[in-house]
Design a binder for this molecule. Structure first.
Ligand code: IPD
Ligand code: CA
Ligand code: CA
Ligand code: CA
Length: 266
């Protein structure tokens, strides 16, 4: 039997320590590189923090596997066993330009099932956290379960680029959704957008394409609170590949799928 409480205690301790390292890095000059395109950025700190986690995990849990955005983890073909899915800095562009609006995100999965979710808003020192079946917490304080909200009272989190012409979805489908919602917000960090949904600051979040490390932790936290997390077709996410995402309060998830997205091609 896996002792999730102990794993959780370790994970929390490492996340806090990593947060301290990131805060200290504000004083030094960043080394910024680009990845797939000129706006896809990575810094020495993203890489250092991922390596920091890997070193600790491998030392204490040599049998666990690691999937990390910056590629220092294992090459995984399956999600068998215990897998740590790590985004060392979610919101790297914000980290570089704003020194805020970014987070550390860690989901711990067993045979593909989310067991622990940790999202640390480093600048605000806010740790969002859940162990499957035990509720979700912010700095140790229970987060209330989510209540239903109709679309005309809902704030949608989305990246504005999805509503202008793009190659992943007929953007005309999204226009009525954006018109009917009370408002839209775009924070540029999937992990924080998911915990803003968990805490009711937004009511739904969607994206055409996210990686497993953007969503793994947030999904565990949200599902503890009755939130619903699927792709834009309403199907379960595959944590071995990239997915579209619709995460929303109960009820609202159903109505966005049925009233707005049904029949769309993506
Ligand atoms: C990005 C952020 C952003 C989302 C991108 C992600 P990163 O993660 O979560 O909000 O729109 O798709 O790649 O690269 O900053 O870890
Ligand atoms: Ca990135
Ligand atoms: Ca990310
Ligand atoms: Ca990242």
């Amino acid at each position: 039997m896996m002792n999730w409480e102990i794993i959780d205690t370790h994970a929390k301790q490492w996340v806090k320590e990593a947060g301290e390292r990131i805060r200290s890095s504000f004083k030094s000059k960043l080394n910024i590189e680009t990845k797939s395109n000129p706006n896809d950025l990575v810094t020495n700190i993203d890489k250092e923090i991922e390596q920091f986690f890997i070193q600790h995990i491998k030392e204490v849990y040599p049998e666990h596997k690691i999937m990390g955005e910056e590629g220092f983890g294992d090459e995984l073909q399956t999600l068998d066993g215990v897998v740590w899915i790590i985004d060392p800095i979610d919101g790297t562009m914000n980290f570089i330009h704003q020194q805020r609006n970014f987070a550390i995100s860690i989901g711990i999965y067993e045979n593909g099932v989310g067991k622990i979710g940790l999202i640390y808003d480093v600048v605000h020192d806010e740790l969002y956290h859940a162990i499957r079946g035990e509720g979700a917490y912010i700095n140790g304080k229970p987060i209330p379960v989510l209540k239903e909200t109709p679309i005309n009272e809902a704030i949608l989190a989305l990246n504005a680029t999805w509503v202008v012409e793009n190659r992943r979805i007929d953007h005309n489908l999204l226009i009525p959704l954006v018109k009917d919602a009370r408002g839209t917000r775009s924070y540029g960090t999937a992990a924080l957008e998911l915990v803003f949904l968990a805490t009711g600051r937004v009511d739904a979040y969607f994206s055409m394409r996210l990686a497993p490390w953007d969503v793994a932790a947030g999904a565990v936290i949200l599902e503890e609170l009755g939130g619903v997390v699927t792709n834009l077709r309403g199907e379960k996410l595959d944590f071995l590949s990239r997915n579209s995402l619709l995460a929303a309060k109960p009820g609202l998830h159903q109505s966005i799928l049925k009233d707005y997205l049904k029949g769309g091609q993506w």
